[in-house]
Design a protein around this ligand. Structure first.
Ligand SMILES: Nc1ncnc2c1ncn2[C@@H]1O[C@H](COP(=O)(O)OP(=O)(O)OP(=O)(O)O)[C@@H](O)[C@H]1O
Length: 444
């Protein structure tokens, strides 16, 4: 059985960089009692950082996972010598409360279209979010649904759209909520028997932005409430923007009538960033941080780190801290040394044997089948997918890939790459397989 903290950590793992998790969250010791999650920090510095950056989120996730309000306590101590009397925390209600009486949008105004780096993988999403922000409430783009793997900029675009709407239309009521906040608001309203308030609050906004709706899965009552809220907003042309970590129909335990409705408006996929976009993001973010990063170093990192943008940010933070600390310039060697652990983790996931294994499992074949000479239709397609993925995700040359796939010629690999690129445009099934496999291989 996984403890509440294990499950909470698994969620945080998807939201913060690996570096953050290792530095701040893994060192915490934990004591769980019914209704109480006690987190013990090794010192006051860690405690303050965790409080500032993670506590609110830990509180939300724990409430959500436990389906009740958990008393999260953060204190300095260790399991060997627990501190019996914690100093008073921020009052819990303050952490949990989500919509204060005087209307607040919950938008983070640091995220804008200006500091979003556009590339092939996200340009449709950016354009759609921008259009919706300029013309909210149009039927053909309601709801706007941004979907794709973790850390690819969906929340960033959602905030950017909300911020722009508010800038263009003073007094425009935009409300941003994570799906768990919607859920916990609903539970509180149910307990306090004031569902009417809940309904009217959500329905009185001009634009409702709900992040990560995959977490509605299996929560039937929440889905039903959301469905009604959705209909009410839709009918009066109030804008709805949603994000989801996959196409909603692929989320298990979601009501079909809800998922079909979510597809009515404008669903847009956000893909993992390609090499150029990764390099551009690194250069722009380094510039914002005042870190001197040469193109050569940015290209090295972009070539070797292929996962989500959040990990690129984590890498930059590490570089920036090291550079600051040592006073050294960020050369290739310096970056390789500072990022050694991160780069090793990435490379393991993206080795040819691992890609072959993931594709074989996905296609319900054995790796030996992929490497064999046999050519049934299903087998040949899986092999072509695996070769094209290897080309996309690693720096191996065509002949090297051919060798690793049972000694095939480099022209066979080239043919596979071209065919798969074409099928991704024309065939929904191939596109879906590709997206799922990319997600499985790069979500770290
Ligand atoms: N194209 C981009 N340009 C600039 N920053 C980006 C871009 N894409 C992502 N980021 C940054 O990466 C981090 C993660 O992005 P974000 O939180 O929007 O991801 P997400 O897709 O919503 O992921 P999740 O589903 O895990 O919430 C943020 O700090 C965001 O600013």
């Amino acid at each position: 059985m996984h403890t509440l903290w294990d499950r909470c950590l698994a969620r945080l793992d998807a939201e913060f960089s690996e570096q953050d998790i290792l530095t701040w969250l893994k060192p915490l010791q934990v004591r769980e009692e019914p209704g109480v999650l006690r987190l013990l920090a090794p010192n006051a510095f860690v405690l303050e950082s965790v409080r500032e950056r993670f506590l609110e989120r830990i509180q939300e996730i724990s409430n959500f996972l436990a389906e009740e309000v958990v008393d999260v306590r953060l204190e300095v101590g260790s399991l060997a010598k627990p501190k019996p009397a914690p100093k008073p925390e921020r009052p819990r209600a303050e952490v949990v409360a989500s919509i204060p009486d005087d209307f607040e949008s919950n938008l983070d105004n640091h995220y804008t279209f200006d500091n979003f780096v556009e590339g092939k993988s996200n340009q449709l999403g950016r354009a759609a979010a921008f259009q919706v922000a300029m013309n909210p409430g149009r039927r053909e783009s309601n709801p706007l649904l941004l979907y794709g793997g973790t850390g690819l900029g969906k929340t960033h675009l959602m905030y950017a759209a909300g911020n722009l709407m508010r800038r263009n239309r003073p007094g425009f009521k935009v409300l941003y909520q994570r799906s768990e906040q919607f859920f916990s608001d609903m539970i509180k309203a149910l307990n306090a028997k004031n569902m009417d308030d809940f309904k009217s609050r959500y329905r009185s906004v001009d634009a409702l932005l709900i992040d990560d709706i995959q977490f509605f899965a299996g929560k039937d009552r929440t889905q039903e409430e959301f469905f009604h809220t959705f209909n009410s907003l839709f009918e009066s042309n109030q804008q709805i923007i949603l994000t989801c970590d996959r196409y909603p129909k692929e989320v298990e335990n979601m009501e079909p009538r809800l998922t079909s409705r979510l597809g009515w408006g404008l669903p847009v996929a956000i893909e993992p960033p390609d090499f150029e976009t990764r390099a551009a993001i690194l250069l722009k973010k380094a510039d914002q941080k005042g870190l001197k990063l040469s193109e050569e170093v940015a290209y090295m990192i972009a070539r070797r780190m292929r996962s989500h943008v959040r990990d690129l940010e984590g890498a930059l933070n590490t570089l920036s801290a090291r550079a600051h600390f040592t006073g050294r310039a960020v050369s290739i060697e310096f970056a390789q040394e500072a990022l050694r652990d991160l780069l090793t983790v990435q490379e393991r996931a993206l080795s040819i044997p691992n890609i072959q294994k993931v594709v074989a499992d996905y296609s319900q074949l054995r790796v030996a089948d992929l490497l064999s000479k046999r050519r049934t239709r299903h087998l040949a397609r899986a092999r072509q997918l695996a070769m094209a993925l290897t080309k996309e995700l690693t720096t191996h040359s065509l002949p090297e890939i051919g060798d690793a796939f049972g000694g095939r010629d480099h022209t066979t690999v080239l043919h596979a790459c071209r065919l798969i690129a074409e099928l991704r445009e024309t065939d929904g099934k191939t596109r879906e397989d590709w997206d799922k496999l990319i997600r499985a291989l790069t979500s770290g």
